[in-house]
Design a protein around this ligand. Structure first.
Ligand SMILES: Cc1cc2nc3c(=O)[nH]c(=O)nc-3n(C[C@H](O)[C@H](O)[C@H](O)COP(=O)(O)OP(=O)(O)OC[C@H]3O[C@@H](n4cnc5c(N)ncnc54)[C@H](O)[C@@H]3O)c2cc1C
Length: 290
């Protein structure tokens, strides 16, 4: 029966990451609880019925945002609002603050977390696309110890990541960008939720009028963020003219692998069209900022 009430579960509130990992490792049916903005709705719909929730929201320091010479380290429990308003993020990686500010509404931004977003891996989520373009890595703690996984390898498909049983994302690391680099994210928002119907993130480095590095990633169109390497190859070594941007955006859409996602809101064909337009906008904005 459709009750909008979750099934029964045990609630744990660990005080440390080690304690959380032990609780998760000791119960294959347990799940971490962060902001609850994705987990609680699917529990109420009985799409998932975890036997236990491991609430990581009170672990000291897990929401810390730190900046060092090698870049940013954002704790898994940092909310979207905290990232959007962080002076450290605004100063060193403004595209990430801009992305966080575009997620959902005030309620979602005040509760939802970066760790929850990457672990949930919704194809319409914004962080996965942008973090992949930024070359970010996920810091993961689990029964086997700690490891670091590149965003390129972390996102595997619709709601699917490289996280293993009992593993927890503890932080996201975003490398410092070299001088002459600009980054931008462009998305078509779903009018009700704000999720990306499609999105594109671009990070471009220019030196003496020539493009020396480029990363372009499409989101919302396939199960996981899609690196557009054919487009990146077109850009690198070019003067990043309007013609090259248009050709790169076209190449990005044409090089998508597999069937594009389609649903009652947007067909696969429409999402591919959107991605082409958004890739062009993201590239133009990133180049303007570089
Ligand atoms: C109305 C609405 C609109 C939204 N709009 C957008 C939008 O525009 N763009 C967007 O990107 N997102 C959007 N979201 C999603 C929002 O960003 C969520 O907050 C996010 O997807 C999940 O974060 P959370 O902290 O709430 O995680 P939770 O709901 O607590 O957890 C989500 C999943 O991740 C797991 N998990 C949580 N934290 C960790 C961790 N540290 N390590 C391992 N596993 C973990 C949980 O077990 C669960 O399976 C929206 C959500 C709602 C309800």
């Amino acid at each position: 029966m459709y009750t909008m009430r979750p099934g029964e579960f045990t609630y744990h509130r660990p005080a440390t990451v080690d304690e959380a990992v032990a609780l998760l490792a000791g119960d294959g049916e347990a799940r971490p609880l962060a902001g609850g903005h994705s987990l609680l709705p699917i529990m109420k719909l009985r799409l998932v019925e975890p036997a236990a929730l491991v609430d990581i929201g009170r672990i000291p320091g897990l929401d810390a945002i730190e900046v060092g010479s090698d870049g940013l380290r954002i704790g898994a429990m940092a909310t979207h609002a905290a990232v959007a308003g962080s002076a450290a993020v605004l100063a060193t990686c403004p595209v990430l603050a801009e992305t966080a500010a575009q997620i959902g509404d005030h309620q979602v931004r005040n509760r939802g977390t970066i760790g929850g977003s990457v672990a949930h891996a919704d194809p319409g989520a914004d962080y996965p696309t942008v973090l992949t373009a930024l070359g970010a890595t996920m810091l993961v703690a689990g029964p086997g110890g700690e490891r670091e996984t590149a965003a390129d390898d972390f996102f595997r498909g619709v709601f699917s990541t490289a996280l293993g049983a009992g593993e927890l994302v503890t932080a996201v690391r975003v490398p410092a960008t070299q001088s002459g680099t600009g980054a931008a994210y462009s998305k078509k928002k779903h009018p009700a939720s704000g999720y990306a119907v499609a999105g594109a993130a671009a990070v471009v480095t220019l030196a003496n009028g020539s493009c020396t590095a480029a990363r372009l990633v499409l989101g919302g169109v396939t199960g996981a963020p899609a690196r557009a390497t054919a487009a990146e190859t077109l850009l690198i070594g070019s003067s990043a003219s309007a013609e090259t941007i248009a050709a790169a955006a076209q190449a990005a859409a044409e090089s998508l692998v597999g069937e594009p996602l389609g649903d009652s809101y947007a067909s696969g064909e429409y999402r591919v069209h959107l991605a082409t337009v958004l890739a062009g906008r993201a590239l133009a904005a990133a180049i303007e900022r570089a």
